[in-house]
Design a protein around this ligand. Sequence first.
Ligand code: MN
Length: 253
Amino acid sequence: MRPDYVDFHTHLDLYPDLSAAIAACDRRRTATLTVTTTPKAFARNCELSQTSEFVRVGLGLHPQLVAERSKEISLFEKLLPGTRYVGEIGLDAGPHHYRSLELQKSIFERILRLCADEGGKILSIHSVRATKPVLDMLEMHFPSHRGTAVLHWFSGSASEARRGVALGCYFSVNERMLASPNARRIVREIPENRILTETDGPFVKRDGKPIPAGDVTQAVKEIAALRGLGASVIQSLIVENLRNLTICHTRNS
Ligand code: MN
């Protein structure tokens, strides 16, 4: 069935009740990518999402966890052939994670190369204070005909956004990031066929509480206002973008 909404980056397993969060996405008819932060979490997420109509699971190794969990890369490699969705992966050069940046880069490179080899993967990528190295590594190790990168919560410059577009990237946009004037400018300027929505729940809060699972209505409204279009136009555009993204995947694989 055709979804009504798209949440292309959330952590349903970090909500208090994973099954209830999956059910909420199904009830909202939100096509959802729930990312994982370690490969060990992948199996349980798959199991509980198995009967869900709208929820898919990404295999991840979060850059903020690489310092303690880099050994799980072997489990990641073992599980990779079984999934078309990969995330959360990427780089984090913020003050708390800067020390592991070289290790993060070696893990990220390995993941990109494996994904490029297998082909047809769709990646959800974290790039806090690391837009340039993320784009450099995508360019070097993940050619766009081998899969698609979705830049989650993009916080780079306008020219870096253009570079991402040229590399074939999509951008998943949440309501919280739209508080930043820079992000608002980028959301106005990127091609409309590269825009997706996300919640990044439960990290993104609304009125002090985790954003409801799969609720991208606020993000849709704000993107629509920024682009001078009606919310329903943007809503169906984003569903269409997801369709194209996943169809391209099939063609590539
Ligand atoms: Mn996240």
